[in-house]
Ligand binder design. Sequence first.
Ligand code: GLA
Length: 388
Amino acid sequence: MVKHALHKKVKQSYTARFQQPPQLVVRAPGRVNLIGEHTDYNDGFVLPVAVDQAAWLAVGVAEPPLTTVRALDIKNDEVIFSTIEVPSSVGGWADYPKAVLWALLERGLQPSPINAVLASDVPVGAGMSSSAAIELAFAFAWVTLGQFDISLPDLALLCQKAENQYVGVNCGIMDQMISACGKAGHAMMLDSRSLERRYFPMPEGVAIVVSDSMVRRSLAASEYNVRRAQCEQAVGHLQAYLPEVKALRDVSLRQLKQFGRDLPEVVFRRARHVIAENDRVVKFAHALYGGDIAAAGALMVEGHRSLRDDYEVSAPELDALVEAAVEVPGCYGARLTGAGFGGCTIALVAEAAVPEFKAHIVTAYNERFGKQPAVYVTHPADGVAAIQ
Ligand code: GLA
């Protein structure tokens, strides 16, 4: 098998920097989410795929007590920290390995000091989970080298805790879980409450096309927390009428209409998005299972509208990319993917129509915004693993 360019790159850089070959090379993928946006922190369903783009980590055990990590993408920036105590956070990329170390120590484990070289081709700030990929790469490396008995789903939870409590980003479980448990050729339906996973083969002849608006998500962190608070507000209100409700996952649209009348209008719309989006994930999974890609595509377009109008996490650039996408014959549907406020859209496109699709998107986007989007096909890939 031909080795990935980043595999070679991290391995060679490691050998040059640390004067011996690495013990392991780990690959942890980014993701795109086919449908189910802002449902995971409402105990709902999501349907992501792990992708070709990934974080690559060459790693080996180091002399105690110091860990040294070099980031090839950040001008070979190098950080050194003690592996015995909780390292202090100074922001930036190195907070991700430090956060994972913190979470392992919290669990009562003592990870060994490591030397590591990191490179990633998951675009940063594009809504493709570049940070979850880095977290999973380090977590997998430490767990493998230490021979700790932690399952992949558990590793995802550990990384989510690291991101929530050490990095301070209040994300749901989707990104870490798909980076840990993705399966080549498949989309993964995750129940964010029970953490049950079901895999659906992606249909033959249908490409997943990413269109990166190149707009980076400046508002994402603060607005994300506002959305979470609004969902909690809706739940609090509905519980007065429906005491069994624990999250928006437990509410139907009919119940929202009946008991949510007194909610502030904006909170009502946020809840309506989450509840309808959750239904869309289930319908999408049925459509995928039945090979009805047209129905799946229509659900994506409906989901995008809901994210734009009810949840208000889109951006003019993302709306334009979706509008241009659905103009192309052979495009089944398109939507923004990830948290929103910039980043990428994805489309399901008949393989034969991909060249025309790319050309149309680039032209339409350029005419409207005077800049180039990055448009490429990605493939459902495996979750985190050591690669020989
Ligand atoms: C980010 C978070 C996920 C999820 C999405 C929105 O990617 O990390 O947990 O909430 O936004 O669907």
